[in-house]
Design a protein around this ligand. Structure first.
Ligand SMILES: C[S@@+](CC[C@H](N)C(=O)[O-])C[C@H]1O[C@@H](n2cnc3c(N)ncnc32)[C@H](O)[C@@H]1O
Length: 334
């Protein structure tokens, strides 16, 4: 199944989406279009631009059991044999736990951006991206039955409307669901910053597609952006405990004292709910502290830490006490 090879505008959008520096490791959904008898156009284009070079490791994802072997054979023919890892299942089931970080990811979906994919971006993709990585996304919008995006759009038009308005004017995207997809991506990548390269639209048969590209992704994003849980509520699976354990830098055994820190990290996603109904300042302060802790642990994992494990544990414990009893100290965000 597939009709993207012939979709008007797709070729130009694809060429723009693979405009990125040479990657050590890159993820694609290369696809095989049975009607066209052709596929892997994104990888071919990426080889032309130099994004995929002689040493690039390619992570290829295809959930269709008939198409996956065709994709693998096509990549072999492109000269990538021995440098491809094929994941022949749903993207949301791909674990990126160990190994080389991803310098480039092209999440080229045929249909909707759904809740499992968004949760996967939060739990697996975000921690695995290298400093300076590029993320390109494509998905259908404007379809009836796109309940996940519609629900997120409601949240961004309701309690998070300040964020949504600011982003809409900053990024120049005004379609409700196309904007919701970008905002959801930002929630999934919360704690990371990026340069927005732009958004392009095209039609794939009856569907309206939106494509965007985020360049120069780095740790340390704006503290105030809402989490995926805050936006999508119970539709979204809870953050997996492996969120940090799955970070490439976590391949090493955690040093003494980190278990406690990891337990605190697992509790972080419950913090906004625990504090719901308390003073908004406390919620915001706890949120800031949570981000700070995540950032510190990520850099600790990457070896860029400047504190001992014991100091980090003591610091995290003080912070956690602050979240549980915000009125006692009123300095969670200090
Ligand atoms: C739009 S096509 C890929 C087009 C290709 N990137 C290009 O530039 O021509 C998407 C491919 O990924 C597969 N796919 C879509 N969503 C997926 C998901 N959530 N998990 C795994 N595979 C998926 C589809 O079966 C299809 O073959």
């Amino acid at each position: 199944m597939g009709r993207w090879m012939a979709a008007p505008g797709k070729a130009a959008v694809r060429a723009w989406q693979v405009e990125a520096p040479a990657a050590g490791r890159a993820l694609f959904l290369p696809g095989w279009d049975e009607e066209a008898g052709d596929g892997c156009a994104c990888v071919r284009e990426a080889m032309r631009t130099g994004l995929v070079g002689p040493r690039t490791q390619v992570l290829a994802v295809e959930r269709d059991p008939v198409l996956a072997p065709r994709v693998a054979a096509c990549l072999d023919e492109l000269g990538l044999a021995g440098r491809v890892r094929m994941h022949g299942r749903e993207l949301s089931r791909l674990r990126l736990g160990t190994g080389q970080p991803l310098d480039y990811a092209f999440v080229d979906l045929l249909g909707n951006l759904d809740a499992p994919t968004a949760a996967w971006m939060r739990d697996e993709l975000a921690p695995a991206l290298s400093e300076g990585a590029t993320l390109a996304m494509t998905f259908a919008y404007g379809m009836r039955g796109n309940r996940f995006l519609a629900r997120c759009a409601d949240a961004f038009e309701g309690r998070h409307s300040g964020h949504a308005r600011q982003a809409a004017s900053h990024f120049g995207i005004h379609d409700r669901l196309a904007l919701a997809g970008l905002l959801v991506t930002m929630s999934a990548l919360r704690g990371l910053s990026f340069t927005f390269a732009g958004a392009l639209h095209y039609r794939d048969g009856v569907r309206s597609m939106v494509a965007y590209r985020l360049d120069g992704i780095r740790r340390g994003g704006p503290a105030s952006w809402p989490s995926l849980e805050e936006v999508a509520g119970d539709v979204i699976p809870h953050a997996r405990a492996s969120r940090l354990a799955g970070h490439p830098g976590a391949a090493r055994r955690p040093p003494m004292g980190m278990t406690r820190v990891e337990r605190l990290l697992r509790a972080l996603d419950d913090v906004p709910a625990t504090l719901a109904g308390r003073r908004p300042g406390h919620v915001a302060a706890a949120d800031r502290a949570a981000r700070e802790l995540r950032g510190m642990v990520a850099s600790y994992r990457e070896g860029g830490h400047d504190r001992s494990a014991a100091a980090l544990k003591a610091w995290a414990t003080r912070r956690a006490r602050g979240w549980v009893h915000p009125s006692r100290r009123g300095r969670a965000g200090a």
